[in-house]
Design a protein. Structure first.
Length: 306
């Protein structure tokens, strides 16, 4: 019983330490132990000291017990026997086993090399747990098989849909956490209006208000020096053009969200074909990720215009 109580004290202390750390450490909506894995190490140290304390306490108890006289040892044994008497009684009742003195009543006739078998009853707690699993299985069968409850695939799809919502909300609240590899075309009127304002303030001098090009290349045709598409345009604006003769890198003057806005606005200039457009420069660029139908549709439009 002493050993059981020692285990219970260590477990209780660990549970207390766990919830105390969860309460003290600010981890937002996540579990602190998930967000900060170092807490596992802290709990490991706490567990070590808890076990060490129990070992020291048990050793000290043995030393003190050895120093007692016979009468004191008897009184201590009586006290130990009566301690947690109700718990011990209930534990024996849950085992529902015969004492050693009465085992002859449940001995079976099986005998193998002097080894005999006892017909002990299953502990009540084991039987109740078994009955509970049967009830659970019945409820599970009715809910998931008869009433078509959500299965693992349904739960996965629900979690994926929620994750997409969370990612969209995260991107909305953290618009500057983007780069050339993650940027996407912004088609909202507010973003395009902001992009136009940035273009007017910074790009008109070289590319003209129409995007037809001046010192800089024409932004309305199919020809691109450093590649078209939102990702290439973003990278060119952010990192600058060709070394020695291209435009400057705007990443020090514009935020990532602003570069995404102006890049999206530049894409809307494609195909406007202003009268004062500059001669094409670079090579024809086609989006490798575009579907064949979209490519054929664009080619048909171009041929019709020609």
């Amino acid at each position: 019983m002493k050993t059981v109580m020692s285990y219970l004290r260590v477990i209780g202390f660990m549970i207390l330490a766990f919830f105390l750390l969860e309460f003290i450490v600010d981890s937002g909506e996540e579990w602190a132990i998930v967000k900060y894995p170092i807490i596992w190490a802290v709990l490991g140290v706490v567990f070590f000291f808890a076990v060490a304390f129990e070992i020291v306490a048990a050793a000290l108890q043995r030393v003190l017990y050895t120093g007692l006289d016979d009468d004191a040892k008897k009184r201590y044994a009586t006290l130990e026997e009566n301690q947690f008497g109700w718990i011990k009684k209930k534990y024996k009742e849950m085992l529902d086993s015969k004492p050693i003195e009465a085992e002859q009543e449940i001995v079976l006739e099986h005998n193998y090399d002097g080894i005999r078998e006892l017909d002990n009853n299953l502990p009540p707690w084991w039987k109740y747990l078994f009955y509970a699993t049967i009830v659970f299985a019945g409820v599970y069968l009715v809910y998931y098989e008869i009433f078509d409850g959500p299965n693992q695939i349904d739960e996965l799809e629900t979690e994926i849909a929620q994750a997409k919502i969370d990612i969209a909300k995260y991107k909305e609240n953290n618009k500057d956490l983007i780069d050339a590899s993650t940027v996407e075309f912004l088609d909202s009127p507010s973003d395009l209006a902001a992009g136009k304002a940035i273009y007017t303030d910074n790009c008109v001098a070289c590319h003209k208000d129409s995007g037809g090009g001046g010192i800089g290349p024409n932004l309305t045709d199919d020809y691109w020096i450093l590649g078209g598409g939102i990702k290439n345009i973003y990278n060119t604006i952010s990192e600058g053009g060709r070394a020695g003769k291209g435009m400057i890198a705007w990443k020090t003057d514009l935020k990532p969200s602003e570069i995404a806005q102006v890049s999206s606005y530049v894409m809307t200039l494609h195909g406007t074909n202003p009268a004062d457009g500059k001669e094409p420069e670079g090579e024809i660029w086609k989006d490798e990720n575009a579907s064949e139908e979209a490519v054929e549709e664009n080619e048909t439009v171009d041929n019709t215009e020609v």
